[in-house]
Design a protein around this ligand. Structure first.
Ligand code: S3P
Length: 426
């Protein structure tokens, strides 16, 4: 695969279903009574990992591309898997499923790929242990593989040191199996899809300020859910529309939940031509069509409360910053170091290789725009968001951009290069 500079970018596109919502739909459907039907499901490798884990625990799940039907067996209907659950590359699967497994009456174990085996699981082992779960890192290094011995759980209040929806969701899901109210307070609000969706399935779940609380042992009932387009996937085309010449793109049906949509605010602050059209609520989530066109961007500072709402978009925001006038400072984002790759390091390496002006910091990066970027071979570190971010940089850079491995896009956006092909004009 190679990417070259475009003369113009035009069209109307849709992006695949939201990854966070797709995972949750499968998980919550599996532990609900009756049938859950998901349309617009993200048929990518990460969400397939979630499906295969629940199938391995006896749940009948029928998938036809983006249409998934889950025949749930209720809160206590999972059966012991006959072998280690395979979570693939998916941090969301690992951390959320651990909360559910902690409340079962059987022992299970899970493992994933090389990247998953380096990602910190101490952040879920700590609260689950406080709830009485028998969970351990098999290699005793705070990472997967994990063994989780089902045991009775007691509710806790957990003050999470990190703003992580995966940690929050893990504790809330374990709370489904505890007698009483389990609550989590986070330093900064992270994405709230778990709270919105579990409430739709019938859980008694409340959010107040930075605290979410849930009552144990509800009856969850299967739902019909229309999964909206993923803002994290739309982000690549938002950026492309802003940085490429003669661009005019309409990205239809995108989730714009404020706890996720920080990139829209940043694009506006950078002076981008971005408009939300046809705003509506679908399956409890805010959705809109997003219109973008070529813009003269300027640098800005991104820090504090907005960081969790754009944590996955920082690689593509760094690309936007490289095409902006002035300096962009990204702070309070040390979580980037523990994503699918160390994204402070991998963004820095690739942007530098393209001729960009970037300085990594301990909790972010400083990018000065205006250097003319040149195509190069991108070292993806098998991180889907690195591959896609630098593919977009390649659309506006001189020369040719190639990849050591572009197949990693399968994780969240299998048709990414096809969509690019449909809108470019060289
Ligand atoms: C996710 C939460 C985020 C995000 C990840 C998906 C989720 O992780 O980076 O891609 O679906 O809950 P953290 O909450 O751990 O930051």
């Amino acid at each position: 695969m190679s990417i070259n500079k475009v003369k113009s970018l035009k069209g109307e596109i849709t992006v695949p279903g939201d990854k966070s919502i797709s995972h949750r739909g499968v998980m919550f459907g599996s532990i609900s009574e009756g049938t859950t039907e998901l349309t617009g499901f993200l048929d990518g490798a990460d969400c397939r990992s979630t499906i295969s884990c629940f199938k391995a625990m006896g749940i009948d799940i029928v998938q036809d591309n983006d249409h998934v039907v889950i025949h749930g067996k209720g809160l206590n209907g999972l059966s012991a898997p006959s072998k280690m659950l395979d979570v693939g590359n998916s941090g969301t699967t690992t951390r959320l499923i651990s909360g559910i497994l902690a409340g079962q009456s059987f022992t299970s174990s899970l493992n994933g790929d090389e990247s998953i085996q380096k990602r910190p699981m101490g952040r879920i082992i700590t609260p689950l242990t406080q709830m009485g779960a028998n969970i351990r890192s098999i290699k005793n290094n705070g990472c997967a593989p994990l063994e989780i011995g089902g045991s009775p759980l007691t509710p806790i209040h957990y003050d999470s040191p990190v703003a992580s929806a995966q940690v929050k969701s893990c504790v809330l899901l374990a709370g489904l199996y505890a007698d009483g109210i389990t609550s989590v307070t986070e330093p900064v609000l992270s994405r709230n899809h778990t709270e919105l969706m579990l409430s739709g399935f019938g859980a008694n779940i409340k959010s107040q300020g930075h605290t979410a609380s849930i009552e144990g042992h509800p009856v969850l009932t299967g739902q019909k859910i229309e999964v909206p387009g993923d803002i994290s996937s739309a982000a690549y085309f938002i950026a492309a529309g802003l940085i490429c010449p003669n661009a005019d793109l309409l990205i239809k049906n995108v989730n714009t939940n404020p706890s996720r949509a920080g990139i829209i605010k940043v694009a506006q602050e950078m002076g981008g031509n971005i408009k939300l059209l046809n705003e509506r609520i679908v399956s409890g989530e805010p959705v809109a069509d997003i219109h973008v066109s070529s813009s003269k961007l300027r640098g800005c500072e991104i820090s504090g409360e907005i960081i969790p709402a754009l944590i996955d978009e920082i690689p593509i925001i760094a690309v936007m910053a490289a095409f902006a006038e002035g300096t962009t400072v990204i702070k309070d984002a040390s979580e980037l170091k523990v994503k699918e790759s160390d994204r402070i390091a991998t963004v820095t390496e690739n942007l530098k290789n393209m001729g960009g002006n970037i300085t990594p910091t301990d909790d972010g990066m400083i990018i000065t725009g205006g250097a003319s970027l040149k195509g190069t071979r991108i070292n993806t570190y098998l991180d889907h968001r690195i591959a896609m971010s630098f593919a977009i940089a390649g659309l506006a850079a001189d020369g040719e951009t190639t990849f050591d491995n572009e197949a990693c896009c399968q994780i969240s956006y299998p048709d990414f290069f096809k969509t690019i092909g449909a809108i470019v004009n060289r």
